[in-house]
Write a protein that binds this ligand. Sequence first.
Ligand SMILES: NC(=O)c1ccc[n+]([C@@H]2O[C@H](COP(=O)([O-])OP(=O)(O)OC[C@H]3O[C@@H](n4cnc5c(N)ncnc54)[C@H](O)[C@@H]3O)[C@@H](O)[C@H]2O)c1
Ligand SMILES: [Zn+2]
Length: 343
Amino acid sequence: MSVSTRAISSVESFNDLLQEVDPSQIFVLTDSNTVAHCLPRFEESYLGGTPYSSISVEAGEESKSIEVAEEVWQILIEANADRSSLLISLGGGMITDLGGFVASTYKRGIASLLVPTTHLSMTDAAIGGKTGVNYSELKNQIGTVHDAEGVLVDSTFLETLPHRELKSGFIETVKHGLIADVELWNELRDGDVLSLSKNAELIKRSLLIKDEMAKKDRHDHGIRQALNFGHTVGHALEADAKILHGEAVAFGTVAELFLSHKICALPHEHLVEAVDYLKQNFDVPVDKIDEASLLNKMYNDKKNRNGNIRFTLIPNIGKVKIGINVDEETILESIRFAAVQML
Ligand SMILES: NC(=O)c1ccc[n+]([C@@H]2O[C@H](COP(=O)([O-])OP(=O)(O)OC[C@H]3O[C@@H](n4cnc5c(N)ncnc54)[C@H](O)[C@@H]3O)[C@@H](O)[C@H]2O)c1
Ligand SMILES: [Zn+2]
């Protein structure tokens, strides 16, 4: 596998990494779920008898904060962690973002190993070098772009992940198929979401698509925006309805498939096929959509320039167009279409 940060998928390559980094101390950062569900397995399968210190924070997005980062810095200082220490972040995207941020800033940067334990973090959050915390109600406001020394992807960690989280994270793999890989999309269409989302081979293909785009565009100015497909409407709904990211993005994907058909000539049969798939496999636990509020959130999104809402759309499965301006009436039409299909 060629990933910009070194991909580790075996105990041997984990041991090689440890030998190369030769850390003075090892710290393992978890949250209150992964400390129970993933740390024992990680210790048994990878660390063996290697000594380490465990740092655990509360599970949940609230822990992705500057205050919690400060607490982790403080623990590292009190443990006399020096420049040669290694911080291993074992958890979902909340932990890999927080741990990656702490590692990239503590003493101007110590070695970082990300061990994602959700489908979303294996195929998205832990790939591409973005780290960070939320600040003052704003997502990912403070952070760095910093490659970890390695990303260890082991799909067996997914066995304890609740099904709702598993399915929600799988939308990123669906997105990768829709924007970049028609064969991947064809395989997804015919399979069962819960078993496919734990499939190591599929996870690898999905993460390579993210990695490829992130590598070409480290700071998000161009092609990386392809990854926003489904997310313009999705992020607005996520903020509005407080549902899981992937559930909101499933709704956003239906709206943006509609726009892709209407504006970029995505063939009608592909629109129908993709919407049917999303309808059957993803739940959007919302009764009613407040379209004015969604629109308002989209206009306030920092990614929109000069008051225009810019979309990433697909003219065909596996193809993408970025930076498409869409007028307000057409956006409303797409939200109404998604609401009829998904609610
Ligand atoms: N850096 C990036 O490029 C990037 C990209 C996408 C998302 N993100 C970030 O990722 C975060 C979302 O990640 P997420 O969806 O993985 O959420 P998460 O890390 O909050 O994990 C979801 C839930 O699952 C639990 N959990 C994790 N692994 C488990 C396991 N194996 N068994 C049982 N429970 C487990 C967690 O404790 C949590 O309760 C957000 O903060 C988002 O901003 C970052
Ligand atoms: Zn996403």
